[in-house]
Design a protein around this ligand. Structure first.
Ligand code: SF4
Length: 968
């Protein structure tokens, strides 16, 4: 993608500014006047609230960093006491263009995490059996030498695929992927297939990009299939823009089975039967199509309708008018009455929403995150049918519409770029799922049990698979088996259910203790944010140099940037393996790369406009980022798909009959290396450069056709012809799939003030939210004789859990819901005591019982608040009772469960979890049968279409299926 330059930062004033209202002069441009002006960030004075009524002044250094508590990466300002160099609080950073000085509750709670008395401060090695929760302190040297030796041996013996890095909260853009590429291991494994894969897949099939960037603030209609205002992606930055849009008169429509906080703000709240969302969206689309209410010109110019006509209606002339006739026929079955039958939402309400969509025209901003896409078999059609509305209305790349994420994101070039790995790891990318959006991470225990491979070194990094994934007891069985996992290294700031089953627990930094770079699609702009160890910068401002973050972090907490450089040198100390060179200094050849050089290079040479901006303030680019924490590169990016391709890029071009344009011209050097998909070159080696539209060559989209793919020839070619178009797949919790007595359980929603595993060391958050009752409608509860607080047994296919009922009208009758955010537990021994119940874990063959022995209790520590803990609850760990349910196309775990809800039995205790992992295995085998493997469905002898996105994309040569004769 060319670097967008349509509207640089110095451009026009906002409406607020034009009205002459007071606003903060930085990128936030908010009217809030309470932010400390940046000129006073070296000595900001506030009265000490604790000294009241005495007026005691405290002097602060205000040091920016970014929050690590969700993927939004909002700006934070650390208030560092100039006298004691203690961080006293975190507030919003008004210089951050995404969050604009605002945070949710989890941002300021970073302070709790930093000061948590139970946090892990030193490297620990297990002192008993794996899983016994007995530990001894070791040095970083001892731990890293051991780990490095094992990795070195594995690579030397060509067992590269036995090294796996499994990441939960990445919080960074590509640093660790480059580390793995330098080691030549295809070992990146993420949590994405239990999170957002299906949501992403629907967008990828359309655009070649996997996420939307909605312009909520300028929309006339905001249509959300998620609880965006309280827990969306990107939560606070998007929530504030949704409210901005509403304040300007936008209507808000929310689809959610629950009355979420977001639904309470909606003009229309629709609570459909889980999984029926595409039926509603298709009915709206059908209304637009039958009534000719769509943007004909946009469809004609940017959809791949010609390809559809040629492949599906070869006997007809491929005219646009002919296509429109077909379109009307294709969607006629999706009437409002059909949608009502599927969803339970009345046809008149759906029709009303359809009229709002039509009236919004291109000012239609839409988003689905997790929610319905993450819950249902075929959930990827939720986002595909949602984006169909944008594609029909021309609400793509225009104000108030939806942009592809990569246009509103900036990923700079690093100092070293190792080659793509020459490996393909079938433990993460098995042949059964050639179209999977991300790694099949949650099937790992089953693959290990089947002997598909073993792991020499398994890193879990800010990730807690035992607790977060479905089927956690199968995880425990697999990772305690040393023949399957040689060494488990948990890189984590907190104790977790998975860390108990590690060999080393290594303390890594929180948001104010580490370096990372990020840039996210919060709105139509591009910005880059910089996380940094705030005490390093505080020392620097006072004239003291810090070499290693362990010098300033609590205990021996280490940031990962330095850790990976150090570990890579230990793996290849002489440089003979070709690894070390990727971690060497360029300014001091042969020396170790320092983090200052790493980021100094990026900020000086890869971020357009930053060097000039820094120079104007008498700073180096690195000093600028350390001082302000973020930089706005472009305020508007605009319609990149319609941008003309410059003549210099058009050399010896070939234009296909469908208008795909290929060129022999080299790709121009661009600072922005957004990881866009790579459509195939033509047979003569020309690269795709754009599409021909009405005589112009414009950029288009990075799909094989270069257009928005209403019709996916890829899905058809890879064995899914029935899904080549946006359509409706009935969920596994559709009424016709449920047994008598079963109801759907919705387990996918977050609590707005919790942070998965890391919420357990934030006392303010734990005090606010520490339980997850079962939402049940009064009419449903009455049939079971249940009242709020009664114990309920919820039976899944592989076991049951015991939870308290919450009888509420805020849920659709006949559906129950329970947040996945609670249910933390610990074994006897160390753990996060303010949010973890102490449990016993009993096993008889494949049958497991987790029983709560003690709830949360007050305890003495350096923080007097821990002796005042008044809550005992920590919720119930429902995910343990869920079998794996991989979607055969996207690979996403389909979270919703078919369950039976009963009154608890006399012997049941609150928090009980009972599971039979033999049944979990049966469920795995059944879902696996739905897959259409590459071996029997690949059209070209490859493992996967090369153009599809893939984290840590390997070299093209390893895409070839073993034994395949066709050249990839
Ligand atoms: S939305 Fe909240 S948790 Fe997420 S980055 Fe922003 S402040 Fe942190």
């Amino acid at each position: 993608m060319s670097n967008p330059k349509s509207d640089r930062v110095s451009a026009s004033k906002s409406a607020t500014e034009a009205r002459g209202e007071t606003f903060y002069p930085g990128p936030s441009r908010t009217q809030l006047g309470a932010y400390p002006p940046k000129e006073r960030w070296d000595d900001w004075v506030e009265l000490d609230s604790r000294a009241w009524p005495q007026r005691l002044e405290r002097h602060y250094l205000l040091v920016p960093t970014t929050c690590f508590n969700c993927e939004s990466a909002c700006g934070l300002l650390a208030y560092v006491d100039r006298e004691t160099l203690e961080v006293r609080k975190f507030e919003g950073n008004p210089e951050h263009p995404g969050s604009r000085g605002r945070n949710c509750a989890k941002g300021p709670a970073t302070l709790n995490q930093v000061k948590d008395p139970d946090r892990i401060l030193y490297p620990m090695k297990r002192a008993g059996r794996r899983g016994e929760n007995r530990w001894q302190r070791v040095s970083w040297d001892e731990a890293l030498d051991d780990i490095a030796a094992r990795i070195r041996k594995a690579i030397a013996e060509k067992r590269n695929n036995e090294v796996m890095y499994h990441v939960g909260r990445p919080g960074e853009d590509g640093y660790t992927e480059r580390v793995l590429a330098a080691w030549d291991v295809d070992g990146h494994n993420s949590h994405t297939n239990i999170c957002s894969s299906s949501g992403r897949a629907g967008y990828q099939w359309w655009m070649g990009y996997d996420r939307p960037s909605p312009d909520h603030a300028n929309a006339d209609l905001i249509l959300l299939i998620s609880a965006h205002l309280e827990s969306g992606h990107y939560f606070n930055p998007h929530a504030q823009r949704v409210m901005e849009g509403k304040a300007k008169g936008a209507k808000l429509v929310v689809f959610d089975v629950r009355l979420s906080n977001t639904a309470t703000h909606a003009d229309h709240w629709l609570a459909p039967w889980p999984g029926s969302e595409p039926a509603i969206l298709l009915a709206i689309a059908n209304h637009l199509i039958q009534e000719d209410l769509y943007d004909r010109e946009f469809v004609r110019r940017f959809w791949n309708w010609q390809e559809f006509m040629e492949q599906e209606h070869p006997k007809e002339r491929a005219s646009f008018e002919g296509f429109e006739k077909q379109l009307k026929k294709l969607y006629a079955e999706y009437s409002f009455a059909f949608a009502e039958r599927e969803s339970g939402i009345s046809a008149s309400v759906i029709q009303e929403v359809a009229k709002l969509v039509a009236a919004a025209g291109p000012r239609l901003s839409t988003h689905n995150w997790r929610s319905a896409a993450a819950g249902n078999l075929g959930g990827w059609q939720v986002t595909r049918t949602l984006f169909l509305l944008n594609a029909l209305m021309g609400a793509v790349g225009v104000p108030g519409g939806v942009f592809p994420n990569a246009w509103n994101k900036f990923v700079p070039k690093p100092i070293h770029t190792p080659p793509h790995p020459h490996q393909w790891n079938e433990l993460s990318w098995p042949q059964e799922y050639p179209l999977a959006m991300n790694e099949m991470s949650f099937l790992l225990p089953h693959f290990l049990k089947e002997g598909r491979g073993r792991l020499e070194v398994y890193f879990s990094r800010v990730y807690n698979p035992v607790w977060t994934n479905p089927d956690g007891l199968s995880w425990i069985e697999a990772i305690t088996d040393e023949s399957k996992v040689g060494l488990h290294v948990a890189l984590t700031p907190t104790w977790s259910e998975s860390a108990y089953f590690a060999d080393y627990v290594l303390p890594v930094g929180l948001g104010s203790e580490r370096h990372d770079l990020h840039s996210y699609e919060t709105h139509d702009a591009q910005w880059i944010g910089f996380r940094q160890p705030v005490l390093k910068e505080a020392h620097a401002r006072l004239g003291r140099k810090v070499k290693d973050t362990r010098e300033v972090n609590p205990g021996e907490v280490w940031e990962e940037n330095e850790l990976w450089i150090d570990l890579s040198w230990r793996i290849d100390p002489e440089g003979a393996m070709g690894i070390r060179k990727h971690f060497e200094s360029k300014s001091e050849p042969g020396g170790k790369l320092a983090v200052d050089e790493y980021y100094g290079f990026i900020f000086s040479s890869s971020v357009p406009g930053l060097p000039e901006k820094a120079k104007a303030e008498g700073l180096t680019p690195l000093e600028y980022m350390r001082r302000y924490g973020a930089f706005e590169i472009a305020r508007h990016v605009g319609a990149q798909h319609a941008a003309r391709v410059p003549k210099a890029e058009l050399e010896d071009v070939r234009v296909t009959p469908q208008g795909r344009v290929y060129t022999r011209a080299e790709k121009p050097a661009s600072a922005n290396v957004v990881p866009v998909p790579s459509p195939d070159p033509d047979a003569e080696g020309r690269r795709p450069v754009g599409i021909e539209v009405d005589g112009d060559v414009v950029r288009g989209f990075p799909t094989p056709s270069g257009r928005l793919e209403f019709y996916s020839a890829t899905l058809k070619a890879w064995g899914w012809p029935e899904y080549a178009l946006p359509s409706y797949i009935r969920s596994h919790v559709h009424p016709q799939s449920l047994e008598p007595g079963e109801v759907p359980l919705i387990p996918t929603f977050r609590l707005p003030v919790q942070i998965h595993t890391r919420g357990a060391n934030a006392k303010w958050l734990d005090e606010i939210a520490h339980t997850n009752p079962l939402w049940i409608h009064p009419s449903h509860a009455a049939t079971l004789g249940l009242a709020t607080g009664d114990l309920v047994r919820v039976e899944t296919r592989i076991g049951h859990f015991v939870v308290k009922a919450w009888v509420t009208e805020g849920i659709r009758p006949g559906v129950v819901a329970c947040s996945h955010h609670m249910g933390r537990w610990k074994l006897e021994g160390p753990g996060q005591r303010q949010a973890m119940a102490t449990v016993s874990l009993q096993r008889e063959g494949t049958r497991w019982l987790l029983r709560r022995e003690r709830g949360v209790e007050p305890f003495d520590s350096a923080d007097a608040d821990t002796s005042r803990i008044w809550w005992t609850d920590a919720g119930v760990h429902q995910n343990l009772t869920f079998p794996v349910q991989p979607d055969p196309v996207s690979g996403m775990h389909c979270w919703h469960q078919a369950v039976r809800v009963k009154r608890a039995e006399p012997a049941d205790r609150y928090g009980d979890v009972s599971v039979d992992t033999a049944k979990a295995r049966e469920a795995y085998a059944e879902w696996l049968k739905l897959a259409r493997p590459a071996a029997s469905h690949s059209p070209d002898g490859t493992r996967r279409p090369y153009w599809l996105l893939r984290p840590l994309k390997p070299g093209r040569e390893v895409y070839k299926l073993p034994g395949a004769t066709t050249r990839p």
